[in-house]
Design a protein around this ligand. Structure first.
Ligand code: OGA
Ligand code: MN
Length: 323
């Protein structure tokens, strides 16, 4: 069942039927028994006096959903400001793929310089064909505890510093959602050129499976499938769009999920910028933001190459607590 749904949404020869895909922007549509419901944040914490980081909208504007059929799965529909989206997109492209973080780029095909600093190599590559190859070859980078894909365990020996800004952001979400003692320890950033997919899997390598897993989507949209504990169950399909935060905790952490399709978004919130961009002063210290980057993504010329990248790609940051 999972595999046939995956195939259905992946198909490129015909336009697949998307009528069963849950769309959080069109919530009057009750799709079968997968009906989504709007959730209230835990009252004590969803307090309008909590001031979120500058890259997020006020809590009173957040729209949170859960799915009746998938316990523990929650989606916050784009709580980011447009500038906030730009900041995280730039971090994922310019900074996170740099050594000592590990990238998928193959040693036989790419020079050490490209594997150590992919974005800067890409920007300085004069040959457009080579640049295209380098661009689409980047599929993931891992941060913090690196997952060993062969043994499927986290290697305590293979560990690079976890980006403080990302960890602070996840801590903020964890607090708002009522998860105490959460710590970000490992992340994978996935890069999806349109046409690429991620096949069905469960994330079961983390010894601590009660901690929530945070998944942030930026750039182009995708169809996300969430199924059951086995591949026999028919998955639910939903759209994830730029800025959406998907949280998997408890039961949903053990369930198969996949990305069968990355598709052009109908809106590109990162293309315009918000009016109010300068309340950084009070926040910056405890958020570990790269203030210089935060200011520069506002600049048209600085932003241009990042904007070009996300014109035909999706980025996903998938953050976990390991221990
Ligand atoms: C993962 C994952 C989903 C996505 O990296 O384990 O499930 O939305 N990513 O890209
Ligand atoms: Mn996963």
């Amino acid at each position: 069942m999972f595999k046939s749904s995956f195939k259905h949404y992946k198909t490129r020869s015909v336009e697949p039927d998307l009528s069963e895909v849950i769309d959080f922007d069109n919530c009057d549509k009750n799709i079968g028994d997968a009906l989504q419901s709007r959730l209230e944040l835990p009252v004590t914490i969803g307090d309008s006096t909590i001031s979120p980081p500058p890259f997020l909208q006020p809590l009173t504007k957040w729209r949170c959903y859960d799915l009746a059929k998938h316990s523990g799965l929650m989606v916050i529909r784009n709580p980011f400001t447009n500038l906030g989206q730009r900041y995280w997109i730039a971090r994922c492209l310019r900074d996170y793929p740099c050594a000592p973080n590990i990238v998928n780029l193959n040693e036989d095909l790419f020079l050490p310089a490209a594997r150590a600093n992919w974005w800067s190599e890409l920007q300085s590559c004069p040959d457009t064909q080579r640049a295209h190859r380098l661009k689409v070859a980047m599929r993931w980078t891992t941060l913090g505890y690196h997952h060993n894909w062969n043994t499927k365990v986290y290697d305590e020996e293979m560990h690079s510093p976890f980006p403080q800004d990302l960890s602070k952001m996840c801590e903020f979400f964890a607090t708002v959602l009522g998860h105490s003692n959460y710590a970000s320890q490992a992340a994978i950033v996935n890069y999806y050129p349109i046409g690429s997919t991620l096949s069905g899997h469960t994330d079961h390598s983390e010894p601590n499976q009660t901690a929530p897993l945070f998944s942030f989507s930026f750039g182009q949209s995708c169809i996300f499938l969430i199924g059951g504990r086995t591949l026999d169950e028919k998955p639910t399909a939903l759209y994830l769009r730029s800025g959406d935060v998907l949280i998997m905790s408890n039961e949903s952490r053990l369930c198969y999920h996949a990305v069968p399709r990355v598709m052009k978004a109908s809106e590109e919130p990162w293309s315009s910028i918000d009016d109010n961009t300068d309340d950084l002063a009070n926040h910056s210290d405890n958020l570990a933001l790269d203030i210089d980057l935060y200011r520069r993504v506002n600049d048209k010329d600085f932003w241009l190459p990042f904007g070009n990248y996300v014109k035909d790609s999706r980025i996903n940051m998938n953050v976990r607590q390991v221990l």
